[in-house]
Design a protein around this ligand. Structure first.
Ligand code: HEM
Length: 335
């Protein structure tokens, strides 16, 4: 009995001493070496996934961006993948819908007095070269740029993965190089036409009469460019500058932080769709929507009756300036 009791006592004592040692050992180890004490906590990682947050450490190599563990990007991704396609679709389909309604209500805008046998030089070779340089480069950029936002949804199912990959890499190449032609076009557009696009009291009257676009036989006076055309001009110049600056940052991003690149991508995409919508309206009026308008950028000579109806003050100025020498008899009517 006594020996049994002393055996239990010895076992109990051993268990107590062993227990005390095993409890104190980790505490002792933590105090001296803890390899994970400085590491990122899981809660911090989750925090950094929130919009606008980032997680960065320090690196000793020149590329400081390599220290970024989690980039701020969720806001931008949501804008780029959800909001921007909505803005693009609403702007483009919206303007097309408006033009269809306008065509159904107003029809093609005709020369009210009918075509004349006389023509007047509206845009010389330099004007037309600058216009088509800007216009064609913009159209190429609009198509190849829209591919970034809509291509995967619309074209990939039609072209298949290989076909879409080939088209998308071709489109990217075109976009990167044609951008420079557009920048030159915008700069030249500004230089050659800015003097004729300064706002004036004549424009206020033109807008008050809605440009005469809504009713037949109504033609508010205008100089070389009317109020609506001045809106197109300044949108192309200001929009073109914004597109050029943001596009340049996207082409050459090496010295940038990720937030700046995201800012420029957002600006680039948004301005692009707004400009595209406006230019669709411009193309309609400059081609099928108005009798005699295209000649201005085609041959450069427009029907005299067209010019008198849409740019009466300009025709007067031209006739006074050149004493009628720029107005020539023409075998063919304007259209
Ligand atoms: C196929 C496409 C296009 C056609 C048929 C077209 C047609 C025209 C025509 C006929 C004019 C002269 C209007 C007049 O005599 O008063 C004009 C002017 C002009 N175009 Fe275009 N254009 C096209 C594309 C573009 C594009 C893509 C841009 C710029 C991104 C552009 C920018 C301008 C500007 C700034 C003017 C002077 C202001 C104005 O008349 O609105 N055009 N265009």
């Amino acid at each position: 009995m006594t020996s049994m009791l002393s055996k239990w006592l010895r076992t109990g004592l051993f268990a107590l001493v062993f227990g005390l040692f095993s409890l104190s050992a980790p505490a002792f180890a933590q105090g001296s070496v803890n390899p994970t004490a400085q590491s990122v906590k899981e809660t911090q990682l989750f925090q950094a996934l929130k919009p606008g947050e980032a997680l960065a450490g320090r690196v000793s190599i020149p590329n400081k961006a390599a220290g970024n563990l989690i980039q701020p990007g969720r806001d931008w991704r949501a804008y780029n993948q959800e909001t921007l396609p909505k803005i693009g679709a609403i702007a483009i389909l919206g303007v097309i819908a408006l033009l269809v309604v306008f065509y159904l209500v107003r029809g093609k805008i005709r020369i009210d007095a009918g075509p004349s046998t006389m023509k007047i030089l509206r845009f010389g070779a330099i004007d037309r070269f600058v216009h088509w340089l800007t216009a064609l480069s913009f159209l190429m950029l609009a198509i190849t740029g829209a591919n970034v936002t809509f291509g995967k949804k619309i074209l990939a199912p039609i072209l298949g993965p290989e076909g879409f990959a080939a088209w998308a890499s071709f489109a990217k190449l075109i976009h990167n190089y044609v951008g420079f032609a557009f920048m030159v076009g915008v700069a030249l557009t500004f230089i050659i036409w800015v003097k004729d696009n300064m706002p004036s009291a004549v424009d206020a009257k033109w807008f008050a009469a809605a440009g005469g676009l809504l009713s037949k036989g109504s033609h508010p006076p205008a100089r070389r460019f009317n109020g609506g055309q001045k809106i197109v001009f300044w949108s192309v110049v200001i929009g073109g500058v914004l597109m050029s600056i943001s596009g340049w940052h996207l082409l050459f991003p090496t010295a940038e932080g990720i937030s700046e690149a995201q800012f420029h991508a957002t600006l680039h995409g948004t301005v692009a769709f707004l400009m595209t919508a406006l230019i669709i309206g411009h193309i309609y009026i400059g081609s099928v929507g108005m009798e005699g308008a295209f000649d201005a950028m085609g041959s450069g000579e427009v029907d005299l009756n067209w010019a008198k109806e849409h740019h009466s003050l300009w025709v007067k100025e031209e006739q006074e300036r050149k004493s009628g020498s720029r107005i020539s008899g023409a075998a063919q009517p304007a259209e």
